[in-house]
Structures are given as C-alpha cells and as structure tokens.
Ligand binder design. Structure first.
Ligand code: PEP
Length: 255
C-alpha cells in the first residue's frame, strides 16, 4: 500500500481549554510555524472559540473543527450543538466519539454512529475516534474491539461518504497520560482498522483512508509514530496547546 496516496492530517484537540481571547493568541502563535506544512493542519476547539478560530485562520492553511455535534438538526436538547449549526458558521471538521465523550458523557457506539451520520449529512469532515482501555488490551481483545467500534460507527456510511472520514486510533490508556503506544503497537491497530474498512468496503477505500494515531504524541515521539506505514497523521491533545510542539509534529508529518 502506498501511504503517499493518502492525506496526512495533524489535528489538535484543545478539549476544554482556552477562552476566545486565548484561542486567538494560540492560533496566532501556530499560524507562522505551520504555514509551509506539507500536510493538512486542523485545530478542533471548544464551541465558544469557533468564531474566533474561523476568523483567525481565514486565508491560512489551518482548518477548524468542533469537538462534537448532536445527531438531530434542532430541538429540545439543552446544551447540545447540531452539525448544521457548525457548517452554518463555516466549520469544516468535527471530532466524534472521543474517549472522553464515551467515558464521561455516556457516548456509545450507537450514538457515535448517529453523530457520524448527522455530521456527514451536514457536509462536515469527521475525525472518528476509536480505541481500547488498558484492561481490554491486557485481555487481548484490542483488535476485535477496535474493529467492532469501527464497524458500528460506520454503519450506513457509503463508500463515497467515507472520503470525508478520518479515523483516529486512540488507545485510552495513552490519552493525556504521557504513556505513548509504541510505534509498532500504533501501527498494528491502525492496520486492523484499515483491514476492517477493506472488509466493509473494498481495497481502494481502505487504501485511501487517513488513519491517525492519538495518545500523548509529542514533538519528540511524533516522527517515529508518523513514519509507520499505516499511521497517516495524529490527533494531538496536550501538545496542540504549545505552538512550537504542535509545529514540530506538523513538520514530522509533512511528506
Ligand atoms: C486527545 O485528546 O485526543 C489526545 C490524544 O490527547 P493527548 O495528546 O494529550 O494524549
């Protein structure tokens, strides 16, 4: 498989960090450092920072994403944001199924699938997160579990729509813990995801799919992870809040 056929994408996940004023400052810091990137660069920011992020990234090579969206277009869902609300602002990406959503906010594979569908219907690019807990890795069920998460999340998604999806493999035990998967572990599971997509669709769909690794990726370990044949990019939490570190990861992904 030729990895160069696929888009390399580095996306920051800011989580619940940065006020609008701080968001503007952070983007201004990132902008000059990634302007010559030879990969796609995205910042996924809290809802309240979206306007500022869209304004600050106008005319740059940085895309803007949200960190979730609801599956209904509108209605009595206090505290939720619809995919149409995001696209109406000009938002291009959305993270769906992050493990923090699954762990702390009761997201299930079924609601993840509903959110994926709604995001695609609105024209958003989706960063779909899958990954195992440490107990599941120790039980030896990582491949099975990640494959199942992928299958459920992609239910009802056509081969054409798959082109708008990036899958992020994020072992939960590696997120925000400073414990990174080894490059081999990351590649092994990314390859399982690609195989699963091949079974669901076909070889061309699998070959064209961008798969990111996420979990304590930083300026130091990025290159080794991103050099793996099935790792096409990264979803970056902590290091995406530091312009120089984020830019170093972007550099490592540039082909
Ligand atoms: C994430 O939030 O998706 C993530 C990978 O976080 P961190 O890089 O901080 O582990």
């Amino acid at each position: 498989m030729n990895k160069n056929l696929r888009k390399a994408v580095i996306a920051g996940n800011w989580k619940m960090n940065k006020t609008p004023a701080e968001a503007k400052e952070l983007i201004e810091g990132i902008k000059p450092l990634v302007k010559d990137a030879d990969c796609d660069v995205v910042v996924c920011v809290p809802y309240v920072d979206l306007s500022v992020a869209l304004e600050a990234t106008k005319g740059t090579n940085i895309g803007v994403g949200a960190e979730n969206c609801h599956w209904e277009k509108s209605g009595a869902f206090t505290g939720e944001i619809s995919a149409d609300m995001l696209t109406s602002m000009g938002v291009q990406y959305v993270i769906i199924g992050h493990s923090e959503r699954r762990t702390y906010f009761g997201e299930t594979d079924v609601t993840v699938n509903k959110r994926v569908r709604a995001a695609l219907d609105s024209g958003l690019n989706v960063i779909l997160c899958v990954g195992e807990y440490l107990e599941q890795r120790e039980q030896g069920i990582t491949a099975e579990l990640v494959s199942m998460q992928t299958k459920i999340a992609l239910g009802g998604v056509s081969k054409e729509e798959l082109k708008k999806i990036i899958i992020a493999y994020e072992p939960v035990w590696a997120i925000g813990t400073g414990k990174t998967a080894t490059a081999e572990q990351a590649n092994e599971v990314c390859a399982v995801i690609r195989e699963t997509v091949k079974d669901l669709y076909d070889a061309a769909a699998a070959e064209g799919l961008t798969i990111q690794y996420g979990g304590s990726m930083n300026a130091k370990n990025a290159k080794e992870l991103l050099d793996q044949p099935d790792v096409d990019g990264g979803l970056i939490g902590g290091a995406s809040l530091k312009p120089a570190d984020f830019a170093e990861i972007v550099k490592a992904a540039s082909r």
